[in-house]
Design a protein around this ligand. Structure first.
Ligand code: GLC
Length: 429
């Protein structure tokens, strides 16, 4: 049962306000979800997550299991693609199955899972929320209540081949024009290397890359009131950057099928000069075991934009407790363990994923070891949230279709945005 029937497309900042108002005033039967329930039950649980591309999750679980023989955690891995993960979690929740215990939710799914009561409200006092980056904590809330605890954050970064830029006497680009110029200078001497890729397959990653292009041209996908704002020159300029880069070959055709892992493999094989990617790539591309051809040859910079540095979309993952799992106390304790400073530090050191524990970004020894932390913290602090809305999947699918069609040459950027604006307007009525 959906508690809030109105499809309100609202930014996270205004979500509680707008949805709260509709709950009080519309007479549609909407109501705020119930407060924290007693979270009882001790015993084995499952941790359900998208494919662990970090490679460190099982280590964390093994450490927990070694100390909790009667509360063993078993990892259930879902596909790599965010939309496919969500689909399996939704299907499982609809059958009210107790097979899923702790859910590793993408930051954009909180509203849907909370409104449907597929996950339970959590007692805030049980978690060290004040130690975490504030933007990440907001992503775990719905109607101002905590439903999910931030475990990893994510901010988009521009990975670049420092060796090739250095050899050409170039600094990392801060604008799209500089990025294109750098490609024009460097690539003729680097056969087999293409200019730029991000996540351009038709899935959540494309929503992220489209939103970043719009934000990085000074536009927004939705305004503070939650209504779409894609009928602007800035939004058109953002989408045009992607469309023109495909046309001119700066984005190679192959990259139109890239999700995170395909792009990472290409960057690691030395096939890209620039790659828009999340922090987890840093450890893998830097591995010195022979698996990466670019270890020691790359660095990261903020995403470039139309006239200066761009703005990332806020990514990340939060742990929530399924409403249908029996052992809810164990689930909460496992979340406390996972969000602890100790586990966040270990995960950063092993996987280079973005911690949610704020102080780790400023620790001198960590910054010396992981120089990208400074750029990453800025990327997360300045990141723009994707819409926080119960029917997020419909909104995201409309964005993916518009961006994909324009990048395939099936529609002009102007027509794609006009039609997308119309769709989002009707979804937010
Ligand atoms: C990363 C981000 C997540 C985003 C996804 C898109 O996993 O953390 O927020 O939705 O990428 O592919």
């Amino acid at each position: 049962m959906i508690l809030s029937r109105r499809i309100a497309l609202v930014t996270a900042a205004t979500a509680a306000l707008v949805l709260g108002a509709s709950a009080c005033g519309s007479g549609t039967g909407s109501q705020a979800p119930p407060g924290p329930a007693a979270l009882e039950g001790v015993g084995p649980i499952t941790l359900v997550t998208g494919k662990d591309t970090s490679g460190n999750l099982q280590n964390q679980v093994d450490e927990w299991n070694a100390a909790h023989a009667d509360q063993l955690v078993t990892v259930i891995e879902l596909p790599e693609d965010a939309d496919a993960q969500r689909q399996q979690m939704v299907q499982n929740a609809r059958t009210q199955s107790d097979a899923y215990g702790v859910l590793n939710l993408d930051v954009v799914w909180t509203a849907e899972f909370a409104a449907n009561q597929w996950v339970v409200p959590l007692p805030e006092a049980d978690f060290p929320l004040t130690e975490l980056l504030p933007a990440t904590v907001e992503t775990g809330k719905y109607f101002k209540r905590l439903y999910a605890v931030p475990i990893t954050s994510d901010g988009g970064l521009l990975y670049y081949r420092k060796d090739l830029l250095d050899a050409a006497g170039l600094k990392p680009p801060t604008t799209w024009a500089e990025l294109k110029d750098a490609c024009a200078k460097v690539l003729p001497g680097s056969p087999g290397t293409a200019c730029y890729a991000g996540q351009f397959e038709k899935y959540e990653g494309l929503t992220v890359n489209f939103s970043e292009a719009v934000n990085s041209a000074g536009g927004t996908v939705v305004g503070d009131d939650g209504r779409p704002t894609l009928n602007t020159d800035a939004a058109t300029e953002g989408l045009k950057f992607l469309v023109d880069a495909v046309k001119s070959g700066e984005i190679p055709q192959k990259a139109r099928t890239f999700k995170e892992e395909e792009g990472r493999r290409a960057f690691q094989a030395g096939e890209l000069l620039f790659h828009r990617q999340w922090p987890y790539q840093y450890a893998k591309a830097g591995a010195t075991d022979g698996s990466s051809a670019v270890a020691g040859k790359f660095a990261v910079a903020p995403l470039p934009g139309a006239k200066g540095p761009g703005a990332s979309a806020l990514g990340g993952h939060n742990y929530a407790v399924s409403a249908y799992t029996k052992n809810k106390k164990t689930a909460v304790d496992f979340i406390k363990y996972s969000v602890s400073e100790d586990q966040q530090r270990k995960n950063l050191e092993k996987s280079s994923q973005a911690p949610t524990w704020a102080a780790l970004y400023d620790e001198a020894d960590l910054v010396a070891k992981f120089p990208y932390l400074t750029v990453l913290k800025k990327s997360i602090e300045n990141a723009v949230k994707r819409p926080s809305v119960v029917k997020y999947q419909e909104v995201s699918r409309a964005i993916q279709e518009a961006a994909y069609s324009a990048m395939s040459g099936g529609s002009t950027p102007e027509d794609a945005l006009k039609s997308l604006q119309g769709k989002l307007e009707s979804l937010t009525q």
